[in-house]
Design a protein around this ligand. Structure first.
Ligand SMILES: [Mn+2]
Length: 414
């Protein structure tokens, strides 16, 4: 049986001032098409559905429309991420049609969504867990005998404890093991493979967290609480497939075979640090000896690139192929070229960031402190050298002198 795994849609997001709604809508069209082709037993959306707690109207409309279209084709399971307001995203969860499960509350953790295999296999038990605020979740999971620490590791382990409790109730207790640290991995793996052959349902956990070993981008909001933001992979021991959200680069997290732990990544690049990534949706196949994922590339509204060089080079024909890209342009001329921004906007109409970082030896070292006793013309001259990359000319020094003199005379003009 197959699942679609996606996350981090960040509906309502913009990229350096450019609204990404059109690109996100194109991705969701593509996702609906993919669901029509693949016919997944379920589609998992692992959090950060919206970019912010109070999303713009267009983002809410896009989500409603997309969920409606997906629910015609597949079971849809959505969890809240750290960017979502759990309460707002979870509104009316209990009133939704059964094909749409919105999981945003702590009391929903440990309740499986039972998904049937359309091909007649044993199906899957999907355990969605929303993003866990370390403080609120620690309070929720703690009791007098078992205090839970306010760390992402401790609250995620507590959430998995609820999952294992439910599996045990179903007579599948051995599947996930009670104490991951103590379990013999090889025996455990062999055990699980034989169970797969015996027709037990596959186990899937959905979460929104920073799991150790993952690679971050510049566009995720830091989760650090008390210095520890990460969750070790061992917390998920024994679960067949872990569908994660939070990190925006698609990636597999190293875990003992036959377990598969993946971030689907975001559907679009949200920062220039993601320039080299191929954004995608994971098509996950369950029911074999181990879960397998195939990555289907997402549509690219406009490629994202970075370019660096002297302005004469940048204005040459060499970079013609970047004219349609969203760009971060770094100009390295020793002094700031005249009309820098206007010239580069003409050259690259979709340049989003234009910056001047002069190459060559760094100037000066630490500057002298400016005090009341400093010579103002010297302070200005040093600033011109710092900002422009070269000391002021005689003519410029003359202008500076005249301006200072005018200021001294109380702004009477020269
Ligand atoms: Mn995110």
């Amino acid at each position: 049986m197959r699942l679609l795994h996606t996350s981090d849609w960040h509906l309502g997001r913009s990229l350096h001032g450019v609204d990404l709604t059109e690109g996100l809508a194109a991705y969701l069209d593509h996702l609906v098409d993919l669901a029509r082709q693949v016919r997944p037993a379920a589609t998992l959306v692992a959090g950060d559905v919206y970019d912010r707690a109070v999303p713009p109207v267009g983002a809410v409309q896009l989500l409603e429309e997309s969920l409606t279209r997906l629910a015609e084709l597949t079971q849809v399971i959505v969890i809240s991420g750290n960017h979502d307001s759990a309460t707002r995203l979870g509104f009316a969860a209990g009133l939704m049609r059964p094909e749409i499960k919105l999981v945003t509350r702590l009391d929903q953790i440990g309740r499986a969504v039972e998904v049937a295999d359309p091909d007649g296999g044993p199906g899957a038990l999907i355990y969605p867990a929303p993003f866990l605020d370390a403080y609120a979740a620690a309070d929720y999971f703690s009791d007098q005998d078992n205090p839970v620490a306010r760390s992402h590791e401790a609250v995620t382990a507590a959430a998995l404890g609820r999952v294992r409790l439910d599996l045990a109730r179903r007579g599948l207790g051995g599947v996930a093991g009670g104490d991951p640290a103590a379990s013999d991995k090889a025996a455990d793996a062999a055990n699980r493979q034989s169970r797969a052959a015996n027709g037990r349902p596959a186990t899937v956990v959905m979460g929104h967290a920073f799991v150790v070993g993952g690679a971050a981008s510049e566009s995720e909001r830091d989760l650090t609480v008390g210095g520890v933001a990460t969750v070790p992979v061992g917390v998920f021991a024994g679960i067949d497939y872990v569908a994660l959200g939070h990190l925006h680069g698609p990636q597999r997290i190293a875990a003992p075979e036959p377990q598969l732990i993946r971030y689907s990544g975001s559907p679009l690049a949200f920062s220039f640090s993601e320039t080299g990534q191929t954004k995608s949706t994971a098509v996950v196949t369950l029911g074999g000896a181990s879960p397998a994922a195939e990555l289907v590339p997402a549509p690219v509204p406009r490629p994202l690139s970075q370019v660096e060089g002297m302005i004469a080079d940048l204005e040459s024909r060499r970079f013609d192929d970047l004219a349609d890209h969203w760009l971060r342009v770094t100009v390295t001329d020793p002094s700031r070229p005249e009309d820098l921004v206007q010239r580069l906007r003409r050259r690259f109409p979709h340049a989003l960031v234009i910056r001047h970082l002069p190459s060559g030896p760094a100037l000066g070292g630490p500057g002298r402190p400016v005090t009341a006793a400093s010579d103002p013309s010297r302070v200005v001259a040093e600033f011109i050298e710092f900002a422009g990359g070269a000391p002021p000319t005689e003519a410029e020094l003359g202008e500076v002198g005249r301006a200072l003199e005018a200021a001294r005379r109380g702004g009477e003009g020269r």
